[in-house]
Design a protein around this ligand. Structure first.
Ligand SMILES: NC(=O)c1ccc[n+]([C@@H]2O[C@H](COP(=O)([O-])OP(=O)(O)OC[C@H]3O[C@@H](n4cnc5c(N)ncnc54)[C@H](O)[C@@H]3O)[C@@H](O)[C@H]2O)c1
Length: 237
């Protein structure tokens, strides 16, 4: 990934943090952005405070990142929340809307902010993080599952819109990756999900970062509007 200029959103934790570190190690220029800037890992590159639900904040961070690195080749959007794990009847409309706003509307706002510039440059890679929950629907996660299913429709639509521009738009659908977000899943539910994984273990942020590095690399030139599974065999379609 030498020569690539990458913005990683949600870079303070979990999959985003591991991705920023891996892309840096590969020789890319990396700018990280997150709601929380305090825990951003050190090293070269800037840490930007950004809220994906706020178009002005996203536009400012994208512009600062492009200025800092002299352009933007790849954007990996890892910002997301799980929200309360509860049956639909116990999920408030406010919680439903908050989860949708961060996970899905945020992905749209990021897309709007970065795609025109990439298309103008004639090259770009945009990756949003969906989830196996968006494909199969996970019990007691109605809003989270809906928001992650929404990302699949979003990337498929945007991929077609930008297909002739040199820009790819894809989704990664992790199953269970050991991060602070996954730690919020109640233990019984973690056990139920573990039982569905043919490889018999959860994934690591480093394994997610390895696949992400490929998806946003110049080598991944003929795949757009696609969903890359990362689930230890749990996802079968
Ligand atoms: N860990 C898993 O098992 C798993 C499985 C499937 C999908 N995912 C998805 O992967 C992505 C990364 O998750 P993770 O497990 O690394 O979680 P994480 O909690 O470790 O990291 C998520 C990061 O997003 C940031 N963030 C939250 N709201 C934001 C906002 N409004 N603006 C900017 N940044 C914001 C947080 O501050 C945090 O640093 C999420 O979209 C998550 O839904 C995770």
């Amino acid at each position: 990934m030498a020569e690539s200029r990458c913005l990683v959103i949600g870079a303070a934790s979990g999959i985003g943090r591991a991705t920023a570190a891996r892309l840096r190690a590969s020789g890319a220029a990396v700018t990280g952005a997150d709601l929380r800037s305090a825990t951003w890992p050190g090293g070269p590159g800037t840490s930007l405070a950004m809220d994906v639900t706020d178009p002005a904040s996203v536009a400012a961070a994208v512009s600062a990142a492009a200025q800092e690195m002299g352009g933007l080749d790849a954007v990996v959007n890892c910002a997301g929340i799980l929200g309360p794990v509860a049956p639909a009847a116990a999920t408030s409309v406010e919680d439903f809307e908050r989860i949708m706003k961060i996970n899905l509307t945020g992905a749209f706002i990021v897309s709007q902010a970065v795609l025109p510039g990439m298309a103008e440059a004639g090259y770009g890679r945009l990756l949003h993080i969906s989830s196996t929950a968006g494909k199969e629907g996970v019990v007691n996660m109605p809003a989270y599952s809906a928001s992650k299913a929404g990302i699949l429709g979003l990337v498929k639509s945007l991929a077609k819109e930008f297909a002739l521009s040199g820009v790819t738009v894809n989704a990664l659908a992790p199953g269970n990756v050991v991060t602070p977000l996954f730690a919020e899943v109640p233990e019984e539910q973690q056990a139920a999900q573990a039982a569905k994984i043919p490889m018999g273990r959860f994934g690591t942020p480093a394994e997610a970062a390895a696949l992400i590095e490929f998806i946003v690399s110049p080598a991944a030139s003929y795949t757009t509007g696609s969903v890359f599974d990362l689930s230890g065999g749990r996802a079968t379609y």
